[in-house]
Write a protein that binds this ligand. Structure first.
Ligand code: HEM
Ligand SMILES: [Cu+2]
Length: 551
């Protein structure tokens, strides 16, 4: 049974193709640059973050190309440092943190709760502009001498070296406010603007994940802001907070930086978890197994995530007692994460899965994130981390989580909601091909890096020992396959805008509210506020006779 009572003018009576929707409601660039419509703002985040992803990907390909040979291939050591630093900084701050909340969160959240827009539409537009301003400052480094500190800006190197450290830290500082204000907007919208009948346990799981993410954005990002401000002052005025020569403490910087950046990895992965829950439930047409456990596990991950930052500093001279505590707490995070994995697989168990493109991406996500999550335990274990810290094992681990997890879920989500966002269907064949290429290319690129790292191959090294060359070459070829996968996906989606069939309002048989409104949605989302009577996954399901209804 659909979540909300169908309201007049929605998907039963399919609107004529010329019906007004959020895309054709107003014409002209200015109408977009001054819009307060969450859907248009979502689309502008989508385009902006995908451009950032392409740029970050370009630097990744350069880095991999240089690693084809143990000595110099085509870059100098200085250029190599710049390439991996810009790759990491762009991928983290300009792409993965703003992408899912900014693009899909903005587009979907108000519709999923049955509202016309977010609580503060003007603030929402301002958040986008703060992201753009911050991104411009960060990208100005491309013409201001580059950046070669690593994406972690560790001192005293970052406070003493040349390059655009000040421009980039200021850029990230400004983007931080875009993240904080977006989180604030989402939390207030979920608390205050839910349609009648939309109780907390009728919220789609994507919204529980978005809610947990927003809490971290609001609570953790101010710490990054302060840290970067102090670094900026240290660099500009040598005030002696972090630089030991000036009486400062470089390890203090690491504590500040990771107190944000570890919770920040949950800003990156939680939205991916939310997407996975939607894809799995809708394309298996199944009531989610353990809805409340999945919902609460998002909030649990967000909160426990604030207690483990010290696992990045096991080799920084931190006391053994502190490291032991941080290691134990790191294992605690695995519990709510395991609950999600278990419940997703239980939802799929014995269900008739519709093998659509989004489902193909969801399957890839499950496999890749399982490896990412499990190898996190290797890194969280004191004994093994002493050996693998700052090696390619760590590089492989966080790519399996951030790319194998979030990026794969994000691309799956994009294919899931693309018909609703654009009104067009894409080729399912090409879609599945891109998913397959990404799965193969990704494992070819990053699995060998676990082996390289366990054998001592350090990260951020321009030259390496000859015996590591075959695995590096295999990894580099894998990165080309990843590139091809994204090109196929991009071509398929863009081609659908011109040649795709008109999308029905509910191509996948979803039950949550976004599938109950017209495609593309009208600016006001629903002609009248829907009345919610069911949960978002109330598929009639004999297997769940055990009463796992919308609980
Ligand atoms: C598109 C495919 C990608 C490839 C081939 C790739 C490749 C690499 C490689 C080889 C390194 C290690 C460089 C070194 O230590 O010398 C690296 C570092 C890194 N990558 Fe990626 N990456 C990709 C996608 C991503 C994505 C999607 C993200 C995040 C959202 C990401 C975030 C990072 C970060 C944060 C670093 C650390 C940079 C540093 O050490 O300062 N990468 N990447
Ligand atoms: Cu961490």
């Amino acid at each position: 049974m659909a979540q909300g009572v169908a309201v007049p003018g929605t998907h039963e009576d399919h609107p004529s193709p010329k019906a007004k929707n959020y895309i054709n409601a107003e014409a002209g660039v200015w109408s977009w640059l001054t819009t307060v419509d969450h859907k248009r703002i979502g689309l502008m985040y989508l385009v902006s973050t995908l451009i950032a992803f392409a740029l970050g990907g370009f630097f990744a390909i350069l880095v991999r190309l240089e690693l084809l040979t143990p000595k110099k291939t085509f870059m100098s050591g200085h250029m190599y440092n710049q390439a991996f630093t810009l790759h990491g900084a762009i991928m983290v701050f300009l792409f993965i943190i703003p992408s899912v909340p900014g693009a899909l969160g903005n587009f979907l959240l108000p519709i999923m709760v049955g509202a016309k827009d977010v609580a503060f539409p003007k603030l929402n537009l301002m958040s986008l502009y703060l992201y753009w301003i911050g991104a411009l400052f960060t990208l100005s480094s491309l013409v201001l001498g580059g950046l070669e500190t690593g994406w972690t800006f560790y001192v005293p190197y970052s406070s003493t070296t040349g390059g655009a450290v000040i421009a980039v830290t200021f850029g990230v500082f400004v983007m931080g406010f875009s993240s904080i204000l977006t989180g604030l907007n989402f939390v207030v919208t979920i608390h205050k603007l839910r349609a009648p009948g939309m109780g907390w346990f009728r919220l789609p799981l994507f919204l529980w994940a978005t809610y947990a993410t927003s809490l971290v954005q609001i609570l953790a990002t101010p710490v990054l802001a302060i840290t970067l401000l102090l670094l900026l002052f240290e660099k500009a005025f040598q005030i002696g907070i972090f630089d030991p020569k000036l009486g400062g403490d470089p390890v203090l910087f690491q504590h500040f930086f990771w107190f944000y950046s570890h919770p920040a990895v949950y800003i990156m992965i939680l939205p991916g978890f939310g997407i996975a829950s939607e894809l799995i439930a809708v394309h298996a047409h199944r009531k989610v197994f353990g809805y409340r456990a999945i919902a609460f596990s998002s909030v649990a991950i967000a909160l426990i995530g604030f207690l483990v930052w010290g696992h990045h500093m096991f080799v920084s001279g931190q006391s053994e007692l502190a490291s032991t505590i941080f290691s134990a707490l790191t294992f605690l995070v695995a519990v709510p994460t395991g609950i999600k994995m278990f419940n997703w697989i239980s939802t799929l168990w014995r269900s008739s899965i519709a093998w659509t493109t989004p489902m193909a991406y969801a399957a890839a996500f499950l496999f890749l994130f399982a490896i990412g999550g499990l190898t996190g335990l290797f890194c969280g274990m004191l004994g093994t981390d002493m050996h693998i810290h700052d090696t390619y094992f760590v590089v492989a681990h966080f790519h399996y989580v951030m790319m194998g997890g979030t990026v794969v879920a994000f691309v799956g989500g994009l294919h899931h909601w693309w018909p609703k966002m654009t009104g067009k269907m894409y080729s399912d064949k090409l879609g599945k091909l891109s998913a397959l290429l990404l799965f193969v290319g990704f494992n070819a690129t990053f699995f060998p890096q676990f082996i390289l790292g366990s054998r001592g191959m350090p990260r951020r090294y321009y030259n390496y020992l000859d015996q590591f060359q075959p695995l590096h070459q295999f990894s580099t070829v894998g990165s080309w396959i990843i590139g091809l996968a994204f090109l196929v996906a991009l071509y398929n989606l863009l081609d659908s805008l011109k040649n795709g069939a008109d999308a029905p309002d509910n191509p996948w048989g979803g039950l949550s509210l976004e599938w109950q409104t017209a495609t593309p949605p009208p600016t006001e989302n629903f002609p009248v506020t829907p009345r919610v009577t069911h949960g978002p996954y109330d598929y009639s399901d004999d297997r769940n006779a055990t009463g796992a209804s919308d609980s």
